[in-house]
Write a protein that binds this ligand. Sequence first.
Ligand SMILES: Cc1cc2nc3c(=O)[nH]c(=O)nc-3n(C[C@H](O)[C@H](O)[C@H](O)COP(=O)(O)OP(=O)(O)OC[C@H]3O[C@@H](n4cnc5c(N)ncnc54)[C@H](O)[C@@H]3O)c2cc1C
Length: 379
Amino acid sequence: MSAPQQSDVLIIGGGIMGCASAFFLRQRGLSVTLLETDLVGRQASGTNFGNVRRQGRPLYQLPLANRASAIWRKARELLETDVEYLQRGHMRVCYRDRPDIAAKMESYAVEAAQSDLDLEMLSGNALRDRFPFLGPEVMAASLSAQCGHANPRLAGPAFARAAQRLGAAIHENCKAVSASRDGIDFHVVTDDGRSFRAPTLLVTAGAWAKAFVEGFGETVPLTSRGPNMCVTEPLPYAIGPSIGVATPETVESVYFRQVARGNLVIGGSIQNQTFPEQYRVYVNPANSLGQWRQMQRLFPAIARVNIIRTWSGIESYLPDDQPVMGPSGSVSGLFYAFGFSGAGFQLGPGVGETMAELIATGSTDIDLSPYRIGRFAEG
Ligand SMILES: Cc1cc2nc3c(=O)[nH]c(=O)nc-3n(C[C@H](O)[C@H](O)[C@H](O)COP(=O)(O)OP(=O)(O)OC[C@H]3O[C@@H](n4cnc5c(N)ncnc54)[C@H](O)[C@@H]3O)c2cc1C
């Protein structure tokens, strides 16, 4: 085994959470080493739908989402590259058979305004005039002009490269196989026999985080699932916002966005089974067909368009759909940010900035209590 490499902070996992944390830690002057099994941003952070939406999040999550949103808006200057962030809005619609959801969307709009999220409620002709392609079942909509979408293939790696330019050591194809506390330092060994030490360890290993948590004597009910995605052939660019169905019925919950080159990216409905140990998730064709049927309720004209690719990704979920984010409950110097439950792409930059602030200063104004790891043991 080679001599250990020492830094202030060691990060396990190079998705958007790890890469953004590395970037902001370097901005604060801490030395950082990030270990990634594969290539940075290749798992959930690179396979996701690309929604950069604040709308629909629990109100208590909005301060974190707002922090992320401010970073997305300046991503191009900050990262010195284009991650295809388009602030073209996000719209949630509900169907005629669910007037209760329209009422919930209205009250959410009132409450969210207090957290700097402005939502415009649309129905009737106002909705049809602006979005004539919506299906006849659509009754009402809530439009957030400040939300948007970005290219997930670009964002995680952009944070990693920007962190690297600031001096972070980013090790790809480098899997952490053990992590332990050794005196004042954490000691991490990788599958190729390298050894790393740091007084602070941040676990951002997504669907693979549980083994590290358990290794340090804590428990977490982390599971994984694969949201189902597809993309169509390109069409003339016409649709600015990403649009999704607000519904408690998983099968109905489809959403789509149009990228600048014209393709429609589609997600939602029933999810796929994942095999995280093999780093694999397979698209179940029945899920894609079901998703396509639901899409035709939302956007009937799509029936004439061809799908050119389907895919899925391995996302980590927790029972309350909230992440674990903050310090370990039992080991000082150990921090977690994982379990983003299908909604972490938008949060990623804000999570990175918040974790860097927490690690560098010992505190943050973002209330992390809803995300504490101890909540599961508390019941
Ligand atoms: C198909 C899909 C669609 C989604 N759509 C959206 C959306 O539209 N909007 C939104 O906000 N969110 C969305 N999400 C959720 C979002 O993508 C995730 O919440 C977010 O990317 C999680 O980032 P992460 O860094 O925690 O995890 P990941 O990106 O999974 O990164 C974890 C990394 O840790 C690495 N790792 C694991 N074990 C080790 C080890 N032992 N040593 C070293 N490295 C290790 C992995 O290789 C991986 O790269 C979606 C997710 C999926 C899968």
